[in-house]
Design a protein around this ligand. Structure first.
Ligand code: MG
Length: 220
């Protein structure tokens, strides 16, 4: 099968065809993205006001009532990912939860980080005890989730913070269990959710236990 929308590394990954598979996002799931980006823009004299579940619309110059120009926000976002994202903190409990799950399941990291941050992102994962295969996607994640899940006869689960990615996975791979996780405590009350479609659990290790249960790794 070839699909030009899929990340090229996806088809060459080694995935155990008999084991359950866990596909997990990075930013705001394994890593505290908002805190990291906030720290970076602070070095540029800017501040993050977490008033809505958005990114660029939350960046302000001190004292300003209008958010920073969106194009300027995007430029900072690209610069952060290219040079500073390796300083991001890991979400509490994430490494321990995945280490436990990895005893009985394959794990693939599926990120939509800009392509130029691939090497730094891989280093970040290793540094934080997350030595799993990395797939750098662009756009909706459903096609990549479906292609990964097709590589195993086992059960599969997908974890992301963003509803569009979860909805995309629901469309492309409805048999894959879905979980929404929002790591930043300030974003949690602001995040859009659809718990009837995607189970939401914002803290590791409870999330890890629910993933294990969904994959049939623990007795109910
Ligand atoms: Mg994310």
């Amino acid at each position: 099968m070839t699909d030009t929308r899929l990340p090229p590394e996806l088809l060459s990954l080694r995935i155990d065809a008999e084991a359950p598979l866990i596909i997990v996002d990075v930013d705001e799931v394994l890593g505290l993205f908002m805190r990291g980006f906030e720290g970076f823009i602070g070095t540029r004299g800017l501040e993050m006001r977490i008033e809505r579940f958005a990114l660029f619309q939350n960046i302000f110059r001190p004292g300003a009532s209008e958010h920073l120009d969106i194009a300027e926000g995007r430029r900072l976002f690209d610069e952060y990912f290219e040079h500073h994202a390796e300083t991001m903190d890991i979400a509490p409990g994430a490494a321990d939860a995945l280490t436990t799950l990895a005893q009985n399941a394959s794990i693939v990291i599926l990120t939509n980080a800009p392509a130029q941050s691939r090497v730094g992102r891989a280093r970040w994962l290793i540094k934080h005890g997350l030595p799993y295969s990395l797939v750098v996607n662009a756009g909706p994640k459903g096609p990549a989730v479906a292609a990964l899940a097709a590589r195993t006869r086992g059960t599969a689960a997908f974890i992301d913070d963003l509803l569009p990615n979860l909805d995309s996975a629901a469309d492309a791979a409805p048999a894959v269990a879905r979980f929404q996780m929002v790591a930043d405590e300030r974003l949690r009350p602001l995040a859009f959710s659809a718990p009837q479609r995607h189970r939401r659990i914002d803290v590791w290790p409870e999330l890890g236990e629910a993933i294990a249960e969904s994959l049939g790794l623990v007795r109910r």
